[in-house]
Structure formats: structure tokens, C-alpha cells
Design a protein around this ligand. Structure first.
Ligand SMILES: Nc1nc2c(ncn2[C@@H]2O[C@H](COP(=O)(O)OP(=O)(O)OP(=O)(O)O)[C@@H](O)[C@H]2O)c(=O)[nH]1
Ligand SMILES: [Mg+2]
Length: 215
């Protein structure tokens, strides 16, 4: 079932979104036995990963996705309604990965709806705005809600808008890093700082997990 407020970006395929990780090559000799939707994956795709973007309103989720997928940046704030979906193909060491990126609304009035969007995610970004300390305060609530739906999945923390002066105390960031045992990547969607790197880190983390499980 397609949740309400779901809009599709360009180039969205019809592949099975029900599986968080689909290894295309593993199925190639059983094409007649697998669901039609999986058969429609292009031959050159090795993996399909669903990524979700979490974080309070106006922290820059849509801007980061826009920078990564379309290499563009809009200065105006247009709050996301529900979720938007975008697709990007990535080639990482000869492995072709199709990223299906769910840019989810951060405003409070979408909190109920969000859980439906988390389902079957392969990895998650949590974004906060370095100019607004309140955007990191509820990180645990966000991640608990996510992991309740998905189980433990790779997580990348993004401190966005680093082109502006920071107002988040270093000790607050340290505590979050320590708790999750991962670094925080400093990004600017505006100036294109570390955006590509953040997605590469995420893709690498999911690939490691997928290969461990021999999916
Ligand atoms: N200076 C600066 N502004 C940014 C950056 N990223 C986003 N913005 C601005 O911050 C505002 C909010 O950005 P969005 O990307 O729409 O925020 P969002 O997290 O998608 O917000 P919701 O859809 O409401 O959840 C916009 O005015 C952007 O132009 C950045 O790296 N630097
Ligand atoms: Mg948005």
C-alpha cells in the first residue's frame, strides 16, 4: 500500500520496496521464480538500498538530498509534506548500487506518518542544524522510533549548515558520538561540503553489513 503524502522523484523504478536489500545477481538464475517486481531491476544493478532521512524541520534534509542527487541548492525553505523519493545510482569499487532515498518531513505534525516510511530501510541519516542546538536534543527519540521499526541499521550522523556559525556545544556532540560509537560528519548542502562523502560512508556501511549476511 502506498502511504498518503507520497511523491515520487525522477527515475523511480517499480522494483520491490519490500526488501531492504536485494542482491540482484543472487536472483539472476531464478528469474522465473521471483516476484515480478524484483525481475524489473536493471541487469547492471547489484544492490538496492532504501535510505531514510531523519531530523527536525528545516535542518536541511531536502537540501542535502538535492545537493547529492541533482547537484543543486535552493535557498528558500519549503517544508516537505510527507515524503519525497529520489533515486541515485552509485558505483563503489565495481559494485553498482541503486539508492532509493526517502526525504521525510521533519515537522512535528508528520510524526505519526513517519513510522510507515521507515519500514524496510537499509540505512538512516540523522541530520541536525549546527545553528540550532534544539535540533540535536531529541536525537534519541528519533532513533528509538526508527530502530523500533527497522531494528539496528547503519546510521550516519550529519551536522549540517557548517558554513554558518555553530551554536551546538561540543560536549553535546561528543555525548551523541560516544553513545552511538560513530563520528558526526560536518556538512554544508549550500557549499557542497562532505555531502558525497556522507553518502559514500553510508553505502559502504550497508554493503559491509549486507556482505556479512551474504545477502
Ligand atoms: N546556510 C545553509 N543553509 C542551508 C543548508 N542546508 C539547508 N539550508 C537552508 O535551510 C532551510 C531548510 O532546508 P530544508 O532542506 O528544506 O530542510 P528540511 O530538513 O528538509 O525541512 P523539512 O522538510 O521541514 O523537514 C532552507 O532555507 C535551506 O536553504 C546549509 O548547508 N547551509
Ligand atoms: Mg524537507
Amino acid at each position: 500500500m502506498v502511504p498518503p503524502f507520497l511523491t515520487f522523484g525522477a527515475d523511480f523504478g517499480t522494483e520491490n520496496m519490500g526488501d531492504s536489500v536485494i542482491r540482484r545477481v543472487a536472483f539472476s538464475s531464478f528469474k522465473h521464480a521471483i516476484p515480478w517486481s524484483v525481475r524489473t531491476l536493471p541487469d547492471n544493478v547489484d544492490y538496492l538500498f532504501k535510505l531514510v532521512f531523519l531530523g527536525e524541520g528545516a535542518v536541511g534534509k531536502t537540501s542535502l538530498v538535492g545537493r547529492y542527487v541533482y547537484d543543486s541548492f535552493e535557498g528558500d525553505y519549503l517544508a516537505t509534506i510527507g515524503t519525497d523519493i529520489h533515486v541515485k545510482m552509485v558505483n563503489l569499487n565495481e559494485t553498482v548500487v541503486k539508492l532509493v532515498i526517502w526525504d521525510i518531513a521533519g515537522q512535528d505534525n508528520f510524526a505519526q506518518l513517519r513510522r510507515a516510511y521507515y519500514m524496510n530501510a537499509s540505512g538512516a541519516f540523522f541530520v541536525f542544524d549546527t545553528t540550532r542546538p534544539e535540533t540535536i536534543e531529541r536525537v534519541d527519540d528519533w532513533l528509538n522510533a526508527l530502530f523500533t521499526v527497522t531494528g539496528k541499521i547503519p546510521l550516519v550522523l550529519l551536522e549540517n549548515k557548517v558554513d554558518l556559525e555553530s551554536a551546538v556545544p561540543p560536549e553535546v556532540k561528543e555525548a551523541v558520538k560516544k553513545k552511538h560509537n560513530i563520528p558526526i560528519i560536518a556538512t554544508s548542502a549550500k557549499e557542497d561540503t562532505n555531502v558525497e562523502e556522507a553518502f559514500r560512508q553510508m553505502t559502504r556501511d550497508i554493503l559491509v553489513k549486507a556482505r556479512d549476511r551474504r545477502i
